[in-house]
Design a protein around this ligand. Structure first.
Ligand SMILES: C[S@@+](CC[C@H](N)C(=O)[O-])C[C@H]1O[C@@H](n2cnc3c(N)ncnc32)[C@H](O)[C@@H]1O
Length: 274
């Protein structure tokens, strides 16, 4: 209950500062806002992937899960049904579709995801970047097997699924990637590990790398991690979308800036562009 009140308080703080694209002056951030948050086109891949989600949400088969991270607050049992994983761990349709548009905008050639789960977000990334090399890491072997089956079912061949703990697998995956264009950090939602993954990714990042952190306001630890990421000397621009934070390292951004952005349908401007 206390956690819910905290989350609500954080949402209200975010919402009060959040700008829709009418109010953004930076051309770079305006483009982000327009393309990633305002575009409401339904791509063919969305239907296919939401049909897969429906199938997973109906699947009562149970598996033994190995829980490495901060865990699901909804259902932390060791034996879990596929439907319960799909319900509580998978990224929501709206968020997946936003990530799809983000990938479509920046067109990364190398993509890294920490936390595959059933592979729904991975598949959205793959649908947006059919020629990219996509690496995704999952610690739980049984969950990873389900993800691999989903990749096969959707006939996607550019995803390399690595099974093991992030801490260990990153040592080999990052050198294999070499030049990291994009990372989605969606597992082990605690402060110290999150900052550790960030620092490791930075070693392979460049001026145009984009890094997305899931659930930045989910807990005190993630809130503290997000503050530390914003303050990092290599970070020049951040975009807080409440459910996730997007980090840019672009040197063209001469003064560090932090934005809270929101789609205009969630916070309309009373007077249009004023
Ligand atoms: C929130 S889920 C990922 C959801 C997925 N990205 C999606 O959108 O469908 C987080 C996943 O990260 C995995 N995980 C958490 N901490 C980990 C760690 N330290 N090493 C490896 N896997 C980890 C969990 O097993 C879980 O499946």
């Amino acid at each position: 209950m206390q956690k819910r009140i905290k989350l609500l308080t954080r949402y209200l703080a975010y919402y009060s500062k959040a700008q829709n694209y009418y109010r953004v002056h930076s051309p770079f951030v305006f483009e982000f806002s327009k393309h990633v948050l305002e575009d409401d086109r339904l791509f063919y891949a969305f239907d296919e992937l939401e049909n897969l989600r429906k199938v997973l949400l109906k699947n009562r088969k149970t598996i033994q899960v190995t829980d490495f991270g901060a865990g699901s607050q909804v259902d932390s049992a060791k034996t879990r049904s596929v439907q319960s994983i799909a319900k509580s761990a998978a990224t929501s349709p709206a968020f997946c579709q936003m990530l799809f548009r983000l990938i479509d905008l920046y067109k990364p050639k190398t993509i890294l995801e920490l936390g595959t789960s059933l592979g729904l977000a991975t598949l959205y990334h793959a649908a947006a970047a059919r020629n990219a090399d996509i690496y995704t890491i999952e610690g739980c072997p049984n969950t990873a097997a389900l993800a691999q089956a989903n990749f096969k079912r959707m006939e996607v061949e550019n995803i390399k699924l690595k099974i093991g703990q992030f801490e260990q697998v990153l040592d080999t995956v990052l050198p294999e990637i070499g030049r990291l264009d994009y990372a989605f950090i969606d597992g082990n939602h605690r402060k110290a590990p999150t900052l550790d993954y960030f620092e490791r990714c930075l070693q392979y990042a460049h001026n145009d790398t984009v890094i997305v952190f899931d659930d930045i306001h989910w807990s005190d630890e993630m809130e503290a991690a997000w503050d530390a990421i914003k303050a990092h000397p290599k970070v020049t621009l951040t975009i807080d979308l409440f459910f996730c934070g997007v980090v840019f390292l672009r040197k063209e951004q001469q003064e560090k800036e932090h934005f809270n952005l929101i789609p205009s349908r969630w916070k309309p401007s009373l007077f249009g562009s004023l």
